[in-house]
Design a binder for this molecule. Structure first.
Ligand code: XMP
Length: 533
């Protein structure tokens, strides 16, 4: 396996992820582990190499960290990345200088000499035959003098020592970030390091992750009881399936149905978790409560606050019953927190990542209930969570679903939320989604559901005139929304085929009595948002 020492970079888990993509097992540990710890860690002979991550700090600030010196004495290959390179240079007798202008963004790196790490890896070659790499840089300090035994491996115009290697000791270091996708050959470089240079076995698969995660959960939890808030979303579903695999009936899921879910969603969740997985799920039907609180409220933010607040209150009430169940009362709260949530809330493992914003998943609930927190997906990225879900036997349709906002249909019914509106919207939306799954694009062969990032129907509480048979109708309007985006920060409206729109429109108007007009939203984000509220 590969040991990744985390110096607090925002992207340390990306290194772990790239190593997993090369099918090699890795573990991330904080950089301030001791020399004894490192030696003990390597003692069983399974350690094949070490990667030193980047950091947001500078080698010359007093507070910053060094790698445990033992790392350089184990006889295994070491790769330093960004700060990891600087600390390697510093600790092995080279020179690092601070106070430079921060370099941030793309850079063109020229490979120097011939090293195993870059051999045959390049984006293009110069007419003189020098290998060139387009890379992502983010640093202020730089190495200005190679440590003894090292040779120059790469350079850029502004960073003459952008890579260095001591091939006898198998120490390599790069100033750029091979773990981010902006560095096009980054994946190849990291794979070369772990597979080629460290000769780590390519035997890591998601199945192993399940086995490891199950073991870890059992170890953590022992014979204590665990509560998990199941929403039907991908993360909580995968967390539930994983924890259930580990501890079976010691897990109780609480599924709060706020009445603003999609058509049959509650039943589908119950069928899956109770019917197929035989998990314990308490379904709380709180739709009347939620609709009651929402009556007369039309401001979007006020609606969100009510839904979020009630959700926590209902969940807390149910959880408190489980906690209070005597000696066997629950001791753990499980959450489907995934790595991007951890990074967003600044709570990365080593507590070194800079706080960006707090995230609802990591809120104060465990403290209030006196529960310990169990977060088995904390190190995984969304697509890995999905892969894990499928490996655990969850249906791909569930695991590869479009995101659905916490407040549910509450933000898709404009203005005041009423049961009548929610029922109409649910039926119209189910038709839209069904047809998106039915229609395939000829060139890619993919369904339009898979070709869009998020698609849904919005209920407009306005009435318009129509004709049906020989009668006049005066009914509600819905808007269809379908977007394509990679990060949900910006989005384009999807150019759905007219045949698809036509089918959806005609089915909604014919099948959902109460809706007589369907529109398609052709606004991009920005300036519009994806949701209408
Ligand atoms: P907007 O509408 O801001 O949406 O372009 C971006 C993404 O965020 C989702 N979204 C929410 N998710 N609670 C959530 O859990 C919310 O209140 C909320 N509002 C928007 C939205 O569905 C889209 O994926």
């Amino acid at each position: 396996k590969i040991l990744i020492l985390d110096f607090g970079s925002q992207v340390t888990q990306l290194i772990a992820r790239r190593v997993r993509e090369a099918h090699v097992l890795s573990e991330v540990h904080p950089c301030d582990v001791t020399d004894e710890w490192v030696r003990a860690y390597a003692a069983d002979g399974h350690l094949k190499g070490v990667i030193l991550s980047g950091s947001h700090a500078s080698v010359y600030e007093d507070t910053t960290d060094k790698a445990p010196q033992a790392v350089f004495e184990l006889g295994v290959p070491v790769l330093g990345i960004c700060y990891g390179m600087q600390t390697m240079a510093h600790q092995l007798g080279g020179k690092v200088e601070g106070g430079h202008k921060r370099e941030f963004g793309f850079a063109s790196v020229r490979a120097r000499g011939h090293t195993k790490l870059f051999d045959g890896i390049q984006d293009f070659a110069t007419p003189e035959g020098h290998g060139m790499l387009d890379v992502w840089m983010s640093h202020g300090d730089k190495v200005t003098e190679l440590p003894p035994g090292f040779k120059l491996m790469a350079s850029t115009d502004s960073c003459p020592i952008a890579g260095m290697a001591d091939e006898a000791r198998r120490f390599y270091a790069v100033q750029f970030h091979p773990e981010v996708t902006h560095t096009k050959q980054g994946h190849a470089i990291l794979e070369r390091f772990v597979r080629g240079i460290c000769a780590a076995g390519a035997d890591w698969v998601m199945k192993d992750h399940i086995a490891e995660a199950v073991e870890k959960i059992r170890e953590q939890v022992g014979d204590e009881e665990v509560i998990l808030g199941l929403s039907g979303g991908v993360d909580s579903s995968v967390a539930a399936a994983l924890i259930h695999r580990a501890i079976g009936d010691q897990l109780t899921c609480v599924f709060v149905d706020h009445g603003l879910l999609r058509l049959n969603e509650g039943d589908l969740v119950m069928d899956m978790f109770v019917g197929k997985l035989h998990a314990k799920v308490i379904r709380v039907d709180a739709s009347d409560l939620f609709l009651g609180k929402l009556a007369g409220v039309s401001d979007p933010e006020a609606k969100r606050k009510i839904i979020g607040g009630e959700f926590v209150a209902v969940f807390k009430q149910e959880a408190a019953k489980l906690v209070g169940a005597g000696a066997k009362g629950a001791k753990w709260l499980a959450q489907g927190t995934i790595y991007p949530d951890v990074i967003e809330s600044g709570g990365a493992k080593s507590k070194k990542a800079v706080t960006i914003k707090s995230h609802h998943n990591v809120g104060g609930l465990p403290e209030q209930l006196g529960l310990k927190l169990l977060e088995p997906l904390r190190d995984l990225f969304k697509d890995e969570v999905r892969e894990l879900g499928v490996a655990l036997g969850l249906p791909p349709e569930m695991v590869y679903r479009h995101p659905f906002p916490g407040p549910g249909l509450g933000v898709r019914i404009l203005g005041e939320v009423k049961k009548e509106y929610a029922d109409l919207l649910r039926r119209a939306d189910a038709i839209f989604i069904e047809e998106l799954r039915n229609f395939r694009d000829d060139t890619t062969g993919k369904t339009w559901y898979d070709l869009t990032s998020q698609a849904f129907t919005v209920f407009l509480p306005v009435k318009s005139v129509g004709v049906m048979g020989d009668g006049r109708t005066y009914d509600y309007v819905v808007a269809l929304r379908a977007v394509q985006t990679s990060d949900f920060m910006t989005a384009d409206w999807a150019e759905l085929p007219y045949a698809l729109l036509k089918k959806v429109s005609s089915r909604i108007i014919n099948e959902v009595r109460g809706i007589n007009r369907v529109t398609y939203d052709v606004s991009s984000k920005p300036p519009a948002t994806i949701e209408w509220e």
